[in-house]
Design a protein around this ligand. Structure first.
Ligand code: PEP
Ligand code: MG
Length: 837
């Protein structure tokens, strides 16, 4: 066994044995492209080389004929895993240099030899790169300089034996792959620990010398938009990817008004390249970037790689290939990473630009936006009024920041996790948001933000928030526009044809509902009604209700809230045009609606015409040691039942109102934070009474469905009791995760990074559903619920609902639908389709 194989159309070349590049070269040969002779070394051969067992490199060189010059390139299984850089011009030595100089001139011979010596010295002999830097490569003594530098550094002449040169190159590349740093780097990109490296040894097409000689790169799409266009560069008298290096002399490929082109210089080669591009597209079924060399007018194809592309380009290429019948709809769907779709819904940081990262936190809401830093909701509103985009920076956000969030173009918080207030609201608004920013030192009084490495940002400084990566970038970097075009819609319509699990949206306001509809959500799976009270005018009435001393005063305040709620619900029903709308009754502890600062309390005292001491006393009275486990959800519904009475009355009246103009609406009413059947029974009885009263007063019949949120471990365990009196169960995995782990969803961000880093949790469980623990409760709840009530509709509405992995889990558990933030609906639709393929 020679340990290497010539890559021919019929040779046995496997990606899993020889790597992707070797396989691709074989495919190019099968398409009759002029690929120079190439030998492939399989993974095991390269592994043996690293261990010191070299193949007969003299025999290898002889395979290429007399005095060959060759290149060696890496060929890993997946090109994204990287590998050592290519080494060109192996075989160059003094004798060869003299020969080439005679044939095609000294300049060309110098360039070839110089390039090889530099690469060999730095990457093979591992000498100091500074010693081999040549300021002027055209200087007549450049070659002597580097040869001398090699001798000075090694006390040896530069190796002259081509077989020895090849051996050393192969050995250094094989060893580089097995080094610890390279291993860690590729494992971070998803490579298995034992990923192999193949190598390809190829006869060089020189690209320098007589006639038209040079090298270039060509591709047939824009890597940013995916649109068809010929792109690339060509440089006469060059090798490798030299044409792409900024500098003088590189030509554009096509003939247009930008300047001289390769098309004019070498028409036949250009025409062939266009033909090869079509062959890649139609027969390899991929958009490839082709690396080529022209040697004295003859075209050689050295390599081709899949064009690296933005998400929007990936969508366009997949859809257009399917439209042309090159791939199936299913393949097109599988070619787009669901999470990448979010990039198309929002502005994005231009991935080609440079990034000066000031801070990093949790990427809580995707997209990018920039603006001047402000440190309070009021400053955000003022900035908005001046027409100046701003980034709201807070320690964490609270209901009173809502107006400020509406005014800001992005939000950054020091604390919080994926399901903290800032994160949930920002996702709903489609606002880029970073929470739990590490190393952020906030001084809101002096309006200064410092970073651990000593950077200081003042109010008014401009930053860019990249909510897709969690990075805060200095200044206003270039942003790309969203791309919700026809191609995007087409891909998702194919997804809808295939998927077998429903996708609804979590939508609290008419704006959210409209976004949900625009993204073709199949209804609202969770309307958090309390978010409707965060607006200023309503907040005041809400506070009056909370401050009411007597049932009469409370009833009066609720009476004022009723028409507002009724209008909200009517609007939601109208926007959703008969699709299901699931409205959750009031959930949070009442104190969340009260101000916490002294200034806020004073304002409230003024607004309610109460002494400040009354306000402080009431705020203190409502304070709880552990409000997330206190008087909230159904507990509030049972102890202060008038709130739920008002809400269901508003729902029923809105149902009648919205049903007047179309098909009858059947609202879904959901009870939060249940842990016992009796809670459901008590609320159910009151809802039935309100329904009966509304039917009598209005003289109109309507139907509704009552369901329960499974958010406490006990509700999951007792799902059979609960499902027996519910028509649906919706798993609120935010609270369920919080309560299963006993982990505060608002505070966990502080140590989650350490926990994940040290492997305590594989991922933040608020971000990625914990299928082992919380997932088991989901399975138990689903199974027991269905046992007691086979018709019960099952769904998930926690923040996990939009994650492809959670969707897979819920589908396998037989859930009917998932519900997620409107902006994640497209991701969920595609992810759900991929599960079926
Ligand atoms: C949940 O707990 O999963 C949920 C959807 O409710 P919220 O996030 O409003 O508590
Ligand atoms: Mg909850």
């Amino acid at each position: 066994m020679p340990g290497y194989t010539e890559i021919t159309p019929s040779a046995e070349i496997e990606i899993q044995l020889h790597g992707g590049r070797a396989k691709c070269l074989q495919r190019l040969l099968r398409l009759d492209m002029p690929v120079p002779k190439t030998l492939g070394l399989a993974f095991d051969a390269v592994h043996s080389i690293a261990a010191g067992h070299l193949p007969d490199t003299a025999a290898m060189m002889a395979e290429f004929g007399e005095d060959p010059i060759v290149s060696v390139r890496p060929s890993s299984e997946d090109p994204d895993w990287g590998g050592p850089g290519a080494i060109l011009n192996i075989g160059m030595n003094d004798a060869h240099h003299a020969k080439i100089a005679k044939e095609v001139g000294k300049e060309a011979a110098d360039a070839l030899y110089l390039r090889f010596i530099q690469a060999y010295a730095i990457h093979v002999a591992r000498l100091d790169p500074d010693e081999f830097e040549v300021v002027d490569t055209n200087a007549s003594d450049a070659l002597e300089q580097v040869l001398q530098a090699y001798e000075d550094e090694t006390d040896e002449r530069f190796p002259q034996d081509p077989a020895q040169q090849l051996s050393e190159v192969l050995r250094s590349m094989a060893r580089a792959w097995e080094g610890t740093t390279a291993r860690i780097l590729r494992q971070a990109k998803g490579a298995p620990a034992d990923a192999g490296l193949g190598l390809v040894v190829q006869k060089m097409a020189l690209g320098v010398g007589a006639g038209e000689s040079g090298s270039g790169v060509i591709q047939f799409i824009s890597e940013i938009t995916g649109e068809r266009t010929v792109k690339g560069r060509y440089l006469s008298q060059s090798q490798g990817r030299d044409a792409l290096i900024d500098g003088e002399g590189a030509l554009f490929l096509t003939k247009d008004d930008r300047g001289p082109s390769m098309e004019e210089r070498c028409q036949a080669c250009f025409a062939d390249l266009i033909e090869y591009g079509v062959a890649c597209r139609t027969r390899l079924r991929e958009e490839m970037q082709i690396e080529f060399t022209i040697e004295n007018g003859a075209l050689c194809i050295l390599d081709a790689v899949r064009v690296p592309r933005s998400s929007r380009a990936a969508v366009r290429v997949a859809v257009s290939m399917a439209n042309e019948g090159i791939i199936t709809h299913e393949e097109a769907l599988m070619r787009v990473e669901p999470r990448a779709l979010t990039e198309l819904l929002h502005k994005q940081v231009d991935w080609k630009g440079t990034r000066d990262v000031a801070l990093k936190g949790i990427a809580a809401s995707p997209g990018a936006a920039q603006g001047r830093i402000v440190f309070s909701a009021i400053a955000a509103q003022a900035s908005d009024a001046r027409g100046e985009p701003c980034v709201l920076v807070r320690r964490e956000t609270a209901p009173e920041d809502i107006r400020g969030m509406h005014s800001a173009s992005a939000v950054l918080t020091e604390r919080g996790g994926m399901s903290s207030h800032a994160a949930v609201i920002a996702r709903g608004l489609g606002l880029p948001c970073i929470v739990g920013a590490r190393g952020m030192i906030l001084n809101t009084r002096d309006k200064i933000l410092k970073t651990l490495d000593g950077r200081i940002f003042k109010e008014g400084d401009i930053v860019t928030i990249d909510g897709s990566t969690g990075e805060v970038l200095v200044g206003a970097v270039n942003l790309l526009e969203p791309a919700l075009d026809g191609v995007f819609q087409t891909l998702l319509s194919w997804a809808d044809d295939i998927r077998d699990i429903g996708v609804r949206a979590n939508a609290d306001t008419p704006d959210d509902a409209q976004t949900a509809r625009n993204f073709a959500a199949q209804g609202i799976g969770l309307c958090r009604t309390e978010h409707m009270f965060f607006e200023d005018d309503r907040l005041t009435v809400m506070r009056e209700m909370i401050f009411a001393d007597s049932p009469e005063d409370r009833a009066a305040a609720l009476e004022r809230l009723l028409p507002m709620q009724r209008a909200d619900f009517t609007r939601l029903f109208e926007i959703m045009q008969g699709q299901p709308v699931c409205i959750r009754l009031f959930d949070p502890p009442l104190h969340e609606f009260l101000p916490h600062s002294r200034e806020g309390m004073r304002e409230l005292a003024g607004a309610l015409d109460l002494p400040l001491s009354d306000v402080t006393r009431r705020v203190e009275a409502l304070a709880e040691f552990n409000p997330m486990l206190g008087m909230r959800g159904v507990r509030l519904g049972i102890t202060v039942p008038e709130i739920y009475d008002m809400q269901v009355r508003a729902i029923f009246e809105a149902t009648i109102e919205a049903s007047r103009n179309g098909a009858p609406i059947v609202p879904e009413i959901m009870i939060p934070l249940v842990s016992a059947k009796r809670e459901v029974e008590l609320v159910k009885t009151r809802i039935e009474a309100v329904a009966a009263a509304v039917r009598t007063i209005e003289g109109v019949e309507f139907d509704y469905r009552l369901g329960v949120m499974v958010e406490t471990p006990r509700a999951a365990l007792r799902a059979s009791d609960i499902a027996s009196c519910s028509s649906f169960l919706s798993f609120g995995t935010n609270d369920l995760t919080q309560m299963t782990y006993g982990l505060s969803r608002d505070d966990a961000g502080r140590f989650m990074g350490d926990y994940v880093q040290q492997g305590v949790f594989p991922e933040d469980p608020f971000h990625m559903l914990d299928t082992e623990g919380v997932g088991e409760l989901l399975m138990i709840g689903a199974e027991r619920g269905r046992e007691a009530n086979p018709d019960v509709v099952l769904s998930i509405c926690g923040e996990h609902g939009g994650n492809p992995e959670s969707i897979a889990f819920c589908r396998s558990a037989g859930f009917d639908y998932v519900s997620c933030s409107p902006f994640r609906v497209p991701v969920a639709r595609l992810a759900a389709a991929q599960l079926v393929i």
